[in-house]
Write a protein that binds this ligand. Structure first.
Ligand code: PGA
Length: 248
């Protein structure tokens, strides 16, 4: 049984004070829900969010991490630093990081391995561009990302990784993939995991869809067989909207 998991990705929004105001409201709304939920916030908000969500089941995630234990890497944050705050999840390989910050499949792979040495569960993002979809390369692109990003990661660790299918053309554009398009790719991702590992392992992996998820389209996406959750950008910034998605 895969328990639905909905994560918010705040990107570079919300100061610490704003994050606490959100958390106070959101934890009231979330009470009694059995859908797993988390907020992936800027580094500066993480400690305050952990404190605000204490005693609830709401998880807290980072949006990036470095793959070295420590070192002369100005501006970077290590896994150990996140773990000391009690961070539960970390997004890895978001298309904005691949596009604007030179994230490669190689660094994504190193980051996943470093996270898996510790206690934080990675949320790995994969997805094709519009050009790649239109030229029919979408499945090759996503398969290649999975093979490279998960290289040398043993099956015993795979269940700890959440995989988010985020077609780049649907992120922040208001242009959501149809539930069928999202389902088709999630089924392909699960099939690829069966080929790379085995059916039992692949069956346990939580697959999320991300890209312009909002209260109005959450239920049709969440009701697809292979889609177990959502990674929500813009609509996770307002507690009521995020809760409406969780209540799909
Ligand atoms: P969006 O972002 O929901 O604003 O499209 C999704 C994401 O980038 O994770």
């Amino acid at each position: 049984m895969r328990i639905p998991f909905i994560a918010g990705n705040w990107k570079m929004f919300k100061t610490e004070e704003e994050s606490v105001a959100f958390a106070e409201k959101f934890k009231e709304l979330y009470q009694g829900t059995d859908v797993r939920a988390a907020i992936c916030a800027p580094f500066t908000d993480l400690r305050a969010l952990k404190e605000a969500f204490e005693g609830t089941a709401i998880g807290v995630g980072a949006q990036n991490v470095h793959f070295a234990d420590e070192g002369a890497y100005t501006g970077e944050i290590s896994v150990k630093m996140l773990q000391e705050i009690g961070v539960d999840y970390c997004i890895v390989g978001h298309s904005e990081r691949r596009q604007y910050f030179a994230e490669t499949d190689e660094t994504v792979n190193l980051k996943l391995k470093k996270l898996l040495e510790g206690t934080i569960s990675p949320i790995l993002c994969v997805g094709e561009s519009l050009e790649q979809r239109d030229s029919g390369k979408l499945f090759d692109v996503v398969k290649n990302q999975l093979v490279e990003d998960l290289k040398d990661i043993p099956s015993g660790d795979i269940q700890r990784i959440v995989i988010a299918y985020e077609p780049i053309w649907a992120i922040g554009t208001g242009r959501t993939a149809t539930p069928q398009q999202a389902e088709e790719m999630c089924a392909f991702i699960r099939q690829t995991l069966i080929e790379m590992y085995d059916e039992e392992t692949a069956d346990q992996v939580i697959l999320q869809y991300g890209g312009s998820v909002k209260p109005a389209n959450a239920s049709e996406i969440m009701n697809m067989d292979e889609i177990d959750g959502a990674l929500v950008g813009g609509a996770s910034l307002k507690a009521e909207d995020f809760m409406a998605i969780i209540d799909f």
